[in-house]
Design a protein around this ligand. Structure first.
Ligand SMILES: C[S@@+](CC[C@H](N)C(=O)[O-])C[C@H]1O[C@@H](n2cnc3c(N)ncnc32)[C@H](O)[C@@H]1O
Length: 218
């Protein structure tokens, strides 16, 4: 279960932590957790503030393909695929790759990239509607922390079941009390978060043997 930073090539996002903290209230949080239009394409206070395809996942897709030795015909699933940007970029970087996604957000799937129409499934990470070992690689980026701990553990079991450990999961975390404080003023949707050691404990409890890394706001 190695730590590997497969999102290292993403541009660093400048976040206005203070503005988010000031704008956050229970109504904003509840609306964000619907993962509807406001979360994706509404004002920044509710989530992404407008999430459009800009090709930023192509270099990540390249690194994932190289790391897992994926080839034309390999089957990849992105759990929490949103609008399918990574699914699209995996197929652009490796023509012939069979990439699929799953997400709980109907809005995201209804606003996906045209190249991935028919490849994205509506569902929840803790109940993946696919047979055992049906993918050569399962990915889940910045999604599993959106489930409460018991459901997050079930989601990790599901990822293990589909991938037999050929998987990469990235989740929200923090290394210090200062980073935890910054994270807590920023976060809208996470139901479970912890220091890396707490996450590793959850992964072990779930029997997850794949790779992982942390999204840390500093
Ligand atoms: C921060 S976004 C990440 C999207 C994409 N993976 C990325 O990194 O850009 C969180 C995603 O988790 C999805 N999500 C939240 N709860 C989920 C669940 N129980 N099962 C599947 N997806 C979920 C949301 O709809 C959203 O697409």
């Amino acid at each position: 279960m190695p730590e590997v930073d497969l999102l290292r090539s993403l541009p660093r996002v400048k976040r206005n932590i203070q503005k988010r903290a000031e704008g956050k209230d229970p109504t904003v949080v509840a609306i964000a957790k619907e993962y509807g239009e406001m979360y994706w394409d509404g004002p920044r206070a509710y989530g992404y503030g407008g999430y459009r395809y800009d090709g930023r996942w192509r270099s990540v897709a390249r690194d994932i393909i190289a790391h897992y030795g994926l080839r034309p015909g390999s089957r990849v699933l992105d759990v929490g695929c949103g609008k399918g940007f990574l699914v699209k970029d995996l197929m652009l970087e490796c023509p012939g790759l069979e990439a699929f996604g799953l997400d709980i957000s109907l809005y995201a799937l209804m606003h996906c990239e045209k190249e991935v129409v028919g490849r994205l499934h509506l569902g929840s990470a803790e109940k993946l509607p696919f047979p055992n070992r049906s993918f050569d690689c399962v990915l889940s980026l910045n999604t599993i922390h959106n489930l409460p701990r018991p459901r997050a553990a079930r989601a990790m079991q599901e990822i293990q079941r589909l991938s037999d450990g050929k998987a990469f999961v990235q989740v929200d975390s923090y290394r210090t009390p200062q980073e935890k404080e910054i994270f807590e003023s920023w976060v809208l949707t996470a139901e479970f978060h912890d220091y890396p050691s707490g996450w590793v404990k959850l992964f072990q409890e779930a029997g997850y043997t794949g790779d992982y890394y942390w999204t840390i706001i500093d």
